[in-house]
Design a protein around this ligand. Structure first.
Ligand SMILES: C[S@@+](CC[C@H](N)C(=O)[O-])C[C@H]1O[C@@H](n2cnc3c(N)ncnc32)[C@H](O)[C@@H]1O
Length: 177
C-alpha cells in the first residue's frame, strides 16, 4: 500500500521522471510508473525491485547513500522526488536540488514523539518539529506540511511535506484535495 500522502499529491506532478530515494520494495516507484512517469529507484539493496530490472521506463541505481560517495544522480532533475520512511540528513541539499522546475518534493518519515510508540527510537532517524520546512525554506514552495500522530496503517508520529519548485512559467497546482 502506498503512503496516503504520496497518493494525495501524485497526480499533481508534471510529466517527467520521478525519483524514489531509498525505494525499498518500490511501492511508490511502481505507483508513479503506473501513472506514466519514467521512474528511477535508488537503494543500497535493490532486491525487492529486482522484478523491475530492465523494464521500460525503469532505472534502478544501486548506491549506499550514507557512505560518503557523491550523490549518485549527479545534476539530474526530476518532476518528483519521493522519500518515505528514510532519513539521512546529509542528503537534504541534494534532494532539494534534484527537484526540477515545476517539480515536487514529497517527503514523509518518522518524527520526534515516535520514540514513545515504537521504532525507530534513534533521534538520528526522527525529524524535529518543522525540520522539513527548514530544508525547503527559500527554495521550494510549501503546499502542505504536517507533523503529528497518525493511527493508520499503524500508530506513529510522522512529519510530511509536499513542496514545489515554482517554474515561473506554469502555475503549479497548489491545492490538492
Ligand atoms: C524502511 S525502508 C523504506 C522503503 C521505501 N522508501 C518505503 O517507504 O516503502 C528503508 C530503505 O532504506 C534503504 N537504505 C537504508 N540505508 C541505506 C543506505 N545507506 N543507502 C541506500 N539505501 C539505504 C533500505 O535498503 C530500505 O530499502
Amino acid at each position: 500500500m502506498i503512503s496516503s500522502w504520496v497518493a494525495r499529491f501524485a497526480t499533481a506532478l508534471p510529466a517527467g521522471p520521478v525519483l524514489d530515494v531509498a525505494c525499498g520494495s518500490g511501492r511508490h516507484l511502481r505507483h508513479f510508473r503506473a501513472l506514466g512517469h519514467p521512474v528511477v529507484g535508488v537503494d543500497r539493496d535493490l532486491g525487492r525491485v529486482a522484478d523491475l530490472a530492465g523494464a521500460d521506463g525503469v532505472e534502478l541505481v544501486p548506491a549506499d547513500l550514507e557512505g560518503g560517495a557523491p550523490w549518485p544522480l549527479g545534476d539530474r532533475r526530476f518532476a518528483g522526488v519521493v522519500v518515505t520512511n528514510y532519513l539521512w540528513r546529509p542528503l537534504f541539499p541534494a534532494l532539494v536540488a534534484a527537484v526540477g522546475a515545476g517539480g515536487w518534493l514529497l517527503y514523509q518519515t518518522f518524527a520526534q514523539g515516535q520514540e514513545r510508540l515504537g521504532r525507530p527510537r534513534n533521534p538520528d532517524h526522527l525529524l524535529a518539529p518543522g525540520e522539513l520546512l527548514g530544508v525547503v525554506q527559500d527554495q521550494l514552495t510549501v503546499v502542505a506540511y504536517e507533523h503529528g500522530r497518525v493511527e493508520t496503517p499503524a500508530p506513529a508520529v510522522i512529519q510530511r511535506i509536499a513542496a514545489v519548485r515554482e517554474s515561473g512559467t506554469n502555475m503549479p497546482v497548489m491545492f490538492v484535495l
